[in-house]
Each structure stands twice: as C-alpha cells, then as structure tokens.
Design a protein around this ligand. Structure first.
Ligand SMILES: Nc1nc2c(ncn2[C@@H]2O[C@H](COP(=O)(O)OP(=O)(O)OP(=O)(O)O)[C@@H](O)[C@H]2O)c(=O)[nH]1
Length: 407
C-alpha cells in the first residue's frame, strides 16, 4: 500500500481507539492506567496527523512535534503500566528534563547541524527504551491469572525492540547509490514501519481494553466474594471454597479441620461502645486470627460476629492448637481505644470434615461445638467428633455429639 495511505489509515485508527479508550475511561474512572493509555493514544494521533501535514508545516516545529509526541506516547504507556500494576508513579521532573534534552538535541540536528540519521536514531531510542521498561513492568504476575497483561507487555516489548533496531535495518537496506534496485527495499521497509506501528497501536488499544475488562472482572469478583468490613471471604465464597477443599481432602484421604468462631458478648460491645467501635473490634479480631494462620488457611465471615476457618494440611491436633492459640491471643489483645481498651474473648468450635459431606453439614457441626463452648462459659474451645462413616453428599445429618476440650 502507498505510504501516505497507510499513515491516513493509522491516523484514523489512532483517533478511533483514542475515542474508544476515552469513553471507557469516562465511565470507569477507577481503572488504573486507562486515562494514561487514552492520553498516549491521543499523542499517537497527534503524531500521525503531524506526519500527514508535514509538507505544510515548517521543518523544525514538525520534527519537534513528531519526536515529542512519540516520546510522550511511550512515556504515558510506561506511566499507565506502572499505575495498573500498582507501582509508585515516576518523578515527572526527570522525564521533563529528558524530554527537554531530547528536543534540544533534535533541534540541534535539524537546524544547526542537520543530520537525518541521528534524528532517526533518537526517534526510536527514547520511545523504544520507555516501551521496553513498560513491557517489563507489565509482565509481572502469573500468566494464568493475568493473561491480558502479557498481550499488552508483548506488544509494547516487540514494538520497543523494533524501534531500537529500526535504524540498523534501514542502514542495512540503504544502497550506496539510490538509483540501484535495492532502493525499493527502503521504500518497502518504510511501509513496513508504518504498518508495524499501526498494528502496535491497535494491539495496545486491545490490550488496554482487555486490561480494563480484567480489572472490572476482578473488582466484581472481589465485591461478590469478599466481606467489605473485614476483607475476608463472605459466607457464600467461604462455603464454595470449603466444598472444594473437602473434595480435595477426600481425594487425598486427609482430614480437613474447620473452626467456627463467635465473639463473646458482642452485643454488649456494640451497646456500650457504639456500632463503629464494634466494627473496629471485628477488624481487630480478623487481624489477630490471621496472625495465627498459615498461607493456605482460609478464613471467612459467616455473618455478624461469626467467622470460620478451614485448615488444609492440619490434622485434629494442629486444628486444636490453632484454635487454642487464637482464643488465647484474642483474650490477650484487647482493642486499644480511648478512654480504655475493649476486652474481647471468643468461643471456638472445631470439627474435622469427613468423607463426602457438604460444607454446610461440616459447618453446622462446628457451629454446634461453638455453641457448646458458649454454653460452658465462653472463651473456650470445643471439638465435635467427625462422623464415623462417610456421609452422602447432600443428605443433612444429625450433628455428632460434641466432645469437650477444656480451654
Ligand atoms: N458493629 C457491628 N455489629 C454487628 C455487625 N453484624 C452484627 N452485629 C451485631 O452483633 C451482635 C450479635 O449479638 P448476639 O447474637 O446477641 O451475640 P453476642 O452478644 O455476641 O452474645 P454471645 O454470642 O451469646 O456471646 C448484634 O448486636 C448485632 O447487631 C457488624 O457488621 N458490625
């Protein structure tokens, strides 16, 4: 295709994807990086338009605008990538200094000592390095968890590398005598450069949209699964995870301990200290509980002041030790508030999930044990024996008689 036609196509595409990303950002302003990527694509649009109008604009402004807009595109992509993965923003002072240095150098090699090759190298060097760093920032995290990041990182990385090797390719393709047949290779290479940039532009836009989708999906999943007050799993998500863990334990023939915990006299805390202090107490309890847990242990809030934990890879002895440690820790760490701290205790019921029983059945048994702990004076741990035989998956069973474990 004719080069100017390619540039027109690139300019139209750049304007379109800028509009699309801006619209998505307008309605989802909390998506990290999106605003910066929309701005980056706007800079690309400026670059393309400037390229189309270069015969009508004086050389120096045209060259400065081209170099400035493409460097800014890459820098904004880098900022967006860092924002998306939650890294600290860069200091703009350094970038502004680098931009001024770049533009002064470019002006020097345009007006004082015109040198097309040096300008060409510079036009690839700064953006190329920025794109590669952006790709590196983005390509962190597990591939399975965040595939969209790899498309984005791959596009930025390949485009950055291409910008860096581009001058070398032109050097290799340029014949000593322009009338030689190899001159056609340079024209083809020029067209390929525009084509590659257009494809990178489209892929970056797709990547940004996929990342926006990934972010929204994760946010919705978080809202659906996580209790907003305490930041542990909510009841529904916890039951789903417990069901899966019971299946795993059954397959590996291991016991799966479950703890149900209920704060003692929580109503009194609310009544005496207020609901907000009650919320602080719930968060404090979760913080203490998490100190007693290993990475693979899973905690959920069943509702109100009732929580549950399952402990893969812990037997009955380990579960009782954890429950006892947790109980003692809660008792020993009152919530620090003015004018005096809030004393806190917890009652814990422990059971082992067995066979193919459902999460609900296991929780019900642990709940029975927890109520036994309440009945026996609170601030204690009770253990319910697991049912002797495997249970049918959905048939509810009579809870086993809890056995006492003195606190
Ligand atoms: N602050 C706060 N309170 C809550 C929340 N959810 C439930 N509650 C309160 O928790 C209290 C639970 O009270 P009860 O079920 O009587 O239990 P309790 O006072 O802990 O008594 P025992 O369990 O028998 O020791 C109620 O006052 C609820 O309003 C919450 O998210 N925040």
């Amino acid at each position: 295709m004719h080069s100017p036609t390619l540039v027109i196509v690139a300019a139209i595409l750049a304007a379109l994807v800028t509009a699309v990303l801006s619209a998505v950002w307008f309605f989802n302003r909390n998506i990290p990086g999106l605003r910066l990527w929309a701005l980056a694509l706007f800079c690309t649009t400026v670059f393309c338009v400037n390229l189309l109008l270069r015969d009508f604009v004086p050389l120096l402004p045209s060259v400065l605008l081209a170099q400035g807009s493409i460097a800014l595109t890459a820098y904004l992509c880098l900022l967006g990538a860092r924002e998306y993965v939650g890294r600290a923003p860069l200091r703009h002072g350094v970038a502004a200094g680098a931009m001024v240095l770049l533009l002064v150098t470019v002006a020097y090699f345009t007006v004082v000592q015109p040198h097309l090759e040096v300008r060409f190298v510079l036009s690839g060097l700064v953006p190329g390095v920025c794109f590669l760093i952006a790709a590196h920032s983005m390509a962190k995290g597990g591939f399975r968890k965040v595939p969209a990041r790899y498309l984005f990182a791959g596009t930025l990385g390949v485009h950055g590398a291409f910008l860096l090797v581009r001058p070398l390719l032109f050097k290799l393709a340029t014949p000593a005598d322009a009338s030689q047949p190899e001159a056609g290779i340079v024209a083809a290479l020029s067209q390929f450069v525009v084509l590659e940039s257009t494809m990178a532009l489209v892929l970056v836009a797709f990547g940004a949209l996929m990342l926006a989708n990934e972010f929204i999906t994760n946010e919705l999943r978080h809202l659906a699964e996580i209790d907003p007050l305490t930041n542990v799993f909510n009841r529904r998500a916890f039951l789903t995870l417990l069901d899966k863990a019971i299946s795993n334990a059954q397959r590996t023939q291991t016991a799966l301990p479950v703890l149900v915990m209920d704060l003692d006299h929580f109503k009194k805390i609310n009544d005496s200290w207020g609901h907000r202090a009650g919320d602080d107490v719930l968060r404090h309890f979760v913080m203490l509980a998490q100190r007693c847990l290993r990475k693979e242990d899973v905690m959920g809030r069943l509702g109100g002041e009732e929580f549950a934990i399952f402990l893969p890879n812990a037997g009955a002895g380990g579960a009782i030790a954890v429950a006892e440690r947790l109980r003692a820790m809660v008792e020993a760490h009152p919530v620090a508030t003015e004018p005096r701290s809030i004393a806190l205790t917890v009652s814990v019921g422990v059971t082992l999930c067995s066979g193919s029983e459902s999460a609900g059945t296991a929780l019900q048994r642990a709940d029975e044990a927890m109520y036994l702990a309440k009945g026996r004076g609170r601030n204690r741990v009770e253990m319910a024996a697991a049912p002797a035989a495997p249970l049918a998956p959905v048939v509810p069973t009579t809870p086993a008689t809890p056995t006492t474990l003195a606190a």
